[in-house]
Design a protein around this ligand. Sequence first.
Ligand SMILES: O=C(O)c1ccc(O)c(O)c1
Ligand SMILES: [Mg+2]
Length: 606
Amino acid sequence: MRKSIATVSLSGSLSEKLTAAAAAGFEGVEIFENDLIASPLTPEEVRARAADLGLAVDLYQPFRDFEAVPDALLERNLRRAESKFEVMARLGADTMLVCSSVSPDAIDDDGLAAEQLNLLAGRAERHGVRIAYEALAWGRHISTYDHAWRVVEAADHPALGTCLDSFHILSRASDPRGIEDIPGEKIFFLQLADAPLMAMDVLQWSRHYRCFPGQGGLDVAGLLAHAVRAGYRGPLSLEVFNDVFRQADAGRTALDAMRSLLALEESAGLAALPEPVVPSGFAFAELTAADSEPLISLLGSLGFARTGRHRGKPVELWEQGEARVLINTAGSDRRSGPSLAAVGLESADPAASVRRAETLLAPVVPRRRGEGEAPLDAVAGPDGTELFFCRTGSPGHPSWTDDFAPAGAAGTPGAPDDGGGTGLGTIDHVALPQPWHHFDEAALFYRSVLGLKPDESQDLADPYGLFRSLAVAGSGGTPLRIALNVAPSPEGEATRSQHIALATDDIVDTARRLRDRGTPVLPIPANYYDDLGARYELPAEQLARLREFGILYDRDGDGEFFHFYTVTVGRVFFEVVQRTGGYDGYGARNATVRLAAQHAAQLGAV
Ligand SMILES: O=C(O)c1ccc(O)c(O)c1
Ligand SMILES: [Mg+2]
């Protein structure tokens, strides 16, 4: 369907908003009145600018506080409307949004509201304009979509229809099935917005926390399907009031918005996109380091062995069990230290993974491929992490591992025969910090592009601010898991630490081996274990082991989670985890202790 966006959803000047919307592929815009009033461009110039960009002005909005007023006010309101119709003619807009009145002057009388809306529609018709009447969730007397429709139906004018807005409908938990009782041609406009589920005043919720469909907790796809079944064929228009988007780059927000609409059409059964290929696990995690010594020393102490060297690039492969880490010493910044630059995702069909990603506007990473090297396709995630689609060691398919020549000499640290591993077998998850103003974008990206399912998002206390985290995961017994987070730092900049979590079947055994090998582990305060003893009836012996090795603990039903951390090198640290009994989380309740311990360790190091 045709895709539009309200200018209120994007940052910048009106002209910047139009440019961003067009660049992302939108076909129309809703012009928000304040954006026009604040613009130095005349309505004619806005119209010409939009036309040059291939954008139609689908809606002029909003006109407020019109209906059900005493006679004296009615005349004034009609005059006000006339002057807006003139502006609309200059803009080339043919539909005006009128939102339900919030004015104390409005009278609680549906008959009067209908009568006056009929008058307004008559005036509009003479200007070639249609009126789309929308119930604001906080309207004074009319606040639900079905009520607004009853009034529109009673007003019975061809130039009057209704505007449905998913936020107003779903925020009030109205039953959207009633949309199908409205004749499609009387739904003049459809505005789409999602929002995180929050218990708060609905006006504040609407004006500050709306987000693009797929980024919140409302069933926008279900609502859209009802509107289409009712016969609605007009634009799908995003109207998102959001404090973060107001500050973010408009071009980037517009792309995020378009990705949201593409995924929404798919969810509502209106369009078929290339199927997502849900990654089944991690092929590798790639760390870049100009000086790889500290990293090599840490990986070696974790029991990893250097098993391969890339045939064409300064990249080493380190392995333990099925956990693979690449160390790339080319072109990275010496000052920032080691960082996680890429992850390999196991895909049953890498080419199909890329097709899906491209369709959803993920930037494809240009790839220089040496002669005879396996094809390796990557897209960039919202934080810049490269995501490679891999099919590792599958007979009959090229594998990225073929590009590595065996490495490692007996007797050197990290050589395959240096005494064996420490029980670490796979990458359990990776944690990727996100820029704070792209957090919602990241959630939608991983969900739509990779077909991962988001968990509930968590807001946790960090000693110096708020730590926000959202996990996304695939399916199956050992699903691919990625934790997205935003953390503050004392300098006010987001903490950019990334981590790789490695799984063991016996965490105490692994911890003991690591201690023997001198692996630097993050110390956990004794108070934590006193509290753990009070909260859970853990056997004294077990509690003592946890305390001894700095292991954190969480429980969910019958499932248990044990985990501890290494120190941080550059931007990166490792976590060791053990899951039992179907535990599906990440030990979020321990994050506050972990973050405090990391801040303390950092201060200690300074
Ligand atoms: O918050 C508002 O005032 C407002 C205005 C116009 C809309 O379409 C809307 O949904 C909300
Ligand atoms: Mg609206």
